[in-house]
Design a protein. Structure first.
Length: 328
């Protein structure tokens, strides 16, 4: 047993110190492990009714760590017969697993996960169930197929330019005209509002999306909104890797603005926009239909937000900082 597992010498030390009455924290400090690790070791590898012993504990841990383990449906014939009977009734693996919890609430040995059932049907090394029963599943496939093709999420936005290539002046917020953008999504993912926030001044614009937020709808609505700005304020736009920005190259040409994309799962790279989206939820609560709001409604909300003093701006208002540039 290697790596993160306790060694036999560490288990001997635990046994001695436990017999001497030392606390779990003290034992953990001596053996170089956390108190929770020591607690788990004493709980899992002690023989019922006997004090903790290093030899028996090491044997129990070795047995538990041994691989491969026998499949539950292979060793439990009663459970296997029940699962096979339910499969013949066209029950799904999820329904079978759920029903077992209802029918055998006090018998943990009669529990099985849906994934275990699937593996028993499709994985030869785990094949405790009759493979012909795969025909009883809704798909009836003889072989398991992934729901998503390998690499499907890659290059969803062809040729995108990463945020790492963004000019240094964008990062320090010294020059106005660099924007962060995102969507706030409505009930059931059926509606959305586009949000644009200028990095230097926190000036906010909201994009009306009455027909949805597919790539072509997002492209046209964003281009129309950005073109209301003077050229001096159309320096760059940073967005996440949402599929709604697939037509970013056309948007870049139509609106005359450079576009960069954040790294996956990195909302802090658009921190100002994320913060603003949180403020906007005061007007557009989560779980509500956003399509009921007109373009006039969105302009009114943006105007009220831009008239709000901000601590980051030393309690000046976004409209006060950008007004002169908007009139150019």
């Amino acid at each position: 047993m290697k790596g993160r597992c306790l060694t036999f010498a560490q288990r001997e030390e635990i046994a001695v110190m436990r017999a001497q009455g030392h606390s779990l924290r003290r034992i953990g400090a001596v053996v170089g492990r956390s108190a929770s690790t020591v607690s788990r070791e004493l709980r899992r590898n002690s023989v019922a009714g006997l004090p903790y012993r290093a030899t028996s504990a090491h044997a129990l841990a070795y047995e538990r760590a041994s691989r491969p383990k026998p499949a539950k449906l292979h060793t439990n014939t009663v459970l296997r017969a029940k699962v096979e009977a339910d499969l013949k009734k066209k029950y799904s693996p999820e329904q079978i697993a759920g029903r077992l919890r209802v029918e055998f609430p006090d018998e943990p040995e009669m529990r099985v996960s849906p994934e275990t059932i699937y593996q028993s049907l499709y994985v030869q090394s785990r094949g405790a169930l009759n493979r012909d029963l795969a025909a009883c599943l809704r798909t009836g496939r003889a072989l398991r197929q992934p729901c998503r093709k390998a690499g499907q999420r890659k290059n969803r936005i062809p040729g995108m330019i990463n945020i790492s290539e963004r000019p240094a002046e964008v990062q320090d917020r010294a020059v106005p005209g660099h924007w962060e953008g995102d969507l706030i999504i409505g009930k059931g993912n059926q509606s959305a509002i586009g949000t644009l926030v200028e990095r230097t001044t926190n000036y906010t614009m909201l994009v009306h999306l009455p027909d949805g937020y597919k790539a072509e709808q997002m492209r046209d609505a964003l281009a129309a909104k950005i073109k209301t700005l003077p050229e001096a304020l159309r320096q760059s736009l940073t967005w996440d890797q949402g599929i709604e920005m697939q037509d970013w190259k056309t948007l870049k040409i139509d609106a005359g603005i450079d576009i960069y994309f954040c790294d996956p799962h990195s909302p802090w790279q658009r921190g100002i926009n994320e913060n603003t989206n949180g403020l906007l939820r005061q007007y557009f609560p989560k779980g509500t239909d956003l399509s009921i709001h007109s373009a006039t409604d969105l302009d009114w909300v943006a105007q009220e937000l831009n008239d709000r003093p901000r601590k980051r701006l030393e309690f000046r208002k976004p409209i006060e900082l950008i007004e002169g540039l908007l009139l150019q």
